[in-house]
Write a protein that binds this ligand. Sequence first.
Ligand code: PEP
Ligand code: MG
Length: 558
Amino acid sequence: MHYGRTMREAEGQRTFTGTGVGRGVVAGPVLRMPEPLPEPSADPFGGDVTLEQARAVAALSATRVDLEERARRAGGHAQDVLEAQAVMADDPALAEDVATRIAAGRSAERAVFEALATVQQVLFNLGEPMAARATDVGDVSQRVIARLLGRPVPGPPESDEPFVLVAADLAPADAALLDLDRVLALVTSGGSATSHTAILAREQSLIAVVGVAGAEQFEDGEIVLVDAGAGVVTGSPTKREVRSARSTAAERVRVSPRSPGELADGTPVPLLANLGSVASAAGALALGAEGVGLFRTELLFLDRAEAPGVAEQADRYGELLAAFPGKRVVVRVFDAGADKPLAFLRPDDAEPNPALGVRGIRALRAHDEVLRDQLTALALAQDAHEADLWVMAPMIADLPEAAAFATLAKRLGLRTVGAMIEVPSSALLAAQILGVADFVSIGTNDLTQYTLAADRLLGPLGPYQDPWHPAVLRLVKLVGDAGLASGRSIGVCGEAAADPALAVVLVGLGATSLSVTPAALGDVRSELRRYTLEAARAMAMDALSAASPAEARAAALA
Ligand code: PEP
Ligand code: MG
């Protein structure tokens, strides 16, 4: 893969590449995330055991209070993550384990470290998606130990001057509460375009380049130029470079009125929003969303042990539709499994590879009553509101699956029914699927993960999660060609559509609408205006014949 760095030592400069989030350009001094706390000593503890146990209990409960407070301030998705961490810190089983370790001769710091390291190990051993939570446990451990040591909790540095934050990666507790008046940009050595950090950065419109191998070499105070559009971080840039990067960025965003998405020749490309809550509808509309291209219904019910009932669901979907009268709203039925586990759609048996397991439409077909209730609720909401409701299923693999879903949804009263194209098999068979689906929407996050056989949750495989890969683009072209032949709507709702240059290529490959996180709408809208359909098709053709994601990008933009 292409990630890496190019040294320009003769000029005293260092240029590193990664995955840019957004299109902004900024220059400023580096401040690095502080090193984690050192591992507490395992030497036998000789003091008063009861006092030491009380100290540990106090630190655990103070950490819980602190995390609850952070959760309240964060709101949104981050709030759920922080609340889960608060519960972890206050877990009676953890307190008991820590007390036992202290009684066996450990200091409070060491006991907390060992007890939470054990929990982390258990999570790692369970594999994804639980392994991803190990980072959150590690963060709780650092917070409790810092409190016991009377040291500041390791977290983003504070400064009166604006700075570029350089880190290996960010814990959710840190990413959610960055001081956006001070943090000019974020550069991380870990992460990919779909990692938690990138998604949070995008949500907050923070300029970021993630997956930058070598980022740790930047020193505190060193001036760097962060160009998210190009995915490049340059150390000690010249004034000319800063000027030129800034003027390119200004050119990119000059055309950003809240007008409909279209190409330079007037070809319409509706720009829709990816949403996970009804509360985010107003923000999306304010940023010019022409509707919703992906509503992730599973995010509404992540904390439920039992499936929500028809009436409750109909109310929630009704609230969403009421926010978009006369506009298209594409709702996805529950996509449970792998990175989005739902207790009420759990596979019957443990799965060694959940991404290749009973997820998406497979889980729904195994729990037919849950699917029927959801479709019934959607039909009720559809009939009570003026929005144009489209309903689609995740992880469709082939024609029989698409046909079974379309037949059931139509029988239950839904008017417009489609399939997500996220598995290579369904891209290869798109022409067949479009025979029974009213529309398709390409989920490039999963399509990339399955095309490259690289789990999207695994940090070290982040470089594979690059939708510029020509193999992914070729599959998108197959879907686009099938769309052209059938005259049906071909949406793209994965993170790929939020990369402005790639958005143009996707339209060149046959996408007829794009759905992105609301913060990306302005950048994508202005980039589309720079190209005619003919130019977008030419860029797409150039990208298709490349041999790697970097080559595809370079060829498209040449
Ligand atoms: C995708 O896979 O691209 C997609 C949009 O769905 P999700 O990210 O929710 O799996
Ligand atoms: Mg998906």
